[in-house]
Write a new protein. Structure first.
Ligand code: ATR
Length: 280
């Protein structure tokens, strides 16, 4: 019987790939006294649902949709969680709530040897994923501009990062302006191109696609998005979001266990699972 338990709360949570990824890591490291569970908790009992694992000796949990924002009230959110506006990882020993998305993303850029400090980076989108990207990129010293369909949401993102983390200097531009802005990296944080809308791209026709740049698409299903194909067709280098998914989980793993996680294994477990469920 495992004595060290961690897990994920969400609603629904059955589709989460986190149990697979973390339990594979425990197995590979021969950590037999660790186990990662999925716990389905309806939003109306979040407070109670949170107390259950805490009282039953869980060391920590991941938090997924729809609890990531609401849970902030019940934990001590750190600066990352406050800036991103969501908690995805809790350590019950300290009641710390953090968000590992920004570091997971930046770690994956670094794993691909991409320069960040001093680079111009264009972020597409202004939702939660974009907040994590803009926060991480700004802290890593990039010059960031945002393109978003809804201007008011882009403004809200900029205001929120200034108020919560003192981040200044983020520009909001149009896609036409972005075409000539001279970025070395485009990060897609919109849901455009996500399965099943696999032929859609946030870089729409009629706007010239920059030549020889890098695209990081946070979408990981499909593995090769329309935006990534546009990038490669223009002599660029394209990266899908699977590495970020593995690395945001790896940060939580290390926080709870104090053990360095087998990131390559975690990523290949995710890849295999996604390939098995491929419908496109
Ligand atoms: P998440 O938390 O995963 O970032 P979200 O908050 O729903 O999800 O944000 C989705 C992002 O995708 C937003 O930037 C959204 O643009 P709007 O702010 O204009 O809604 C963007 N998005 C979704 N569908 C889009 C579409 N068809 N065209 C352009 N942008 C789209």
């Amino acid at each position: 019987m495992p004595t060290n338990r961690v897990g994920v709360i969400g609603f629904p949570v059955e589709h989460s790939l986190s149990p697979l990824m973390h339990n594979a890591a425990f197995k590979a490291l021969n950590m037999r006294d660790w186990r990662y569970d999925a716990m389905s908790i309806p939003p109306d009992i979040l407070r109670l649902g949170l107390r259950e694992p805490r009282d039953h000796g869980y060391i920590g949990i991941n938090v997924t949709v729809p609890h990531k924002e609401a849970i902030m009230e019940y934990v001590r959110p750190d600066e990352k969680a406050r800036a991103i506006g969501a908690v995805n990882t809790v350590d019950f020993r300290s009641n710390l709530g953090t968000n590992t998305d920004a570091d997971g993303f930046i770690n994956d850029l670094r794993a691909h040897d991409l320069p960040i400090a001093g680079e111009r980076v264009l972020v597409l989108g202004a939702g939660g994923a974009a907040r994590a990207a803009v926060y991480g990129l700004s802290r890593a010293g990039a010059e960031v501009a945002i393109v978003n369909r809804t201007m008011s949401r882009a403004n809200a993102l900029v205001d929120h990062l200034r108020a919560s983390a003192g981040i200044d200097g983020i520009s909001i531009i149009s896609l036409d302006e972005a075409a000539g802005w001279g970025m070395s990296l485009i990060v897609n944080c919109t849901s455009v191109g996500l399965h099943p809308n696999v032929h859609q791209s946030p870089w729409y026709d009629g706007v010239p696609f920059p030549v020889g740049i890098t695209v990081y698409d946070m979408v990981y299903r499909p593995a090769n998005t329309a935006l990534m194909r546009q990038c490669v067709a223009h002599d660029g280098f394209a990266i899908g979001g699977l590495g970020m998914l593995a690395r945001q989980g790896a940060i939580a793993f290390e926080l709870w266990t104090g053990v360095e996680p087998p990131i390559d294994l975690m990523q290949s477990v995710l890849q295999d699972a996604l390939e098995k469920t491929k419908e496109d």
